[in-house]
Design a protein around this ligand. Structure first.
Ligand code: CO
Length: 169
């Protein structure tokens, strides 16, 4: 697999707001969304991490590969249940992700948040909404979505959508 370079937090593309992708979506834009997802899948494997010097992550946004378009991928693997039938993944490759509503209640990760563009861990909590509703076009299922997320998943989505707004943790 040919990898795109993940830019570091000193890069300008990470501090700029990204543009909305206009419809009809081009093959290039769809492929970029699919690439972001594939990258996360690829980086999950330890042998690939070692061989390519990459890190595993649960989300990736287009500005992180130097493209200022509103495109993100999420890949959360819940495998490892005692009963294999309980294993599942939450995965999306979304063009124009948007939070259309959110809870008043907030949440944060106890260990702080990580980011593939940030080399060193930063201490501290990132306040997030506990529940969100996200819309956008999912390139994995080839359909527009309107879905509620809560807890960890809601936090991952907010982190990635922040990247599209030029905001880093
Ligand atoms: Co990040």
């Amino acid at each position: 697999m040919k990898l795109m370079k993940i830019v570091k937090d000193t890069e300008k593309s990470l501090r700029q707001p990204s543009v909305e992708v206009s419809e009809p979506f081009s093959k290039e834009d769809i492929n970029l969304a699919l690439y972001l997802h594939k990258h996360l899948l690829f980086a999950e494997k330890e042998e690939n991490q070692k061989k390519y010097g990459i890190r595993a992550g649960v989300g990736l946004a287009a500005p992180q590969v130097g493209v200022n378009k509103r495109i993100i991928a999420v890949y959360i693997n819940y495998d490892g249940h005692e009963n294999k039938e309980d294993d599942y993944k939450t995965e999306f490759a979304i063009i124009n992700p948007k939070i259309i509503s959110h809870s008043v209640r907030q949440a944060y990760l106890l260990g702080g948040e990580g980011c593939l563009s940030v080399e060193n861990a930063h201490e501290g909590y990132v306040p997030r909404y506990a529940n969100i509703t996200v819309t956008g076009y999912d390139c994995l299922t080839k359909q527009f979505i309107n879905l509620k997320f809560r807890g960890y998943e809601a936090i991952v989505f907010q982190h990635e959508i922040d990247h599209c707004n030029g905001i880093l943790i």
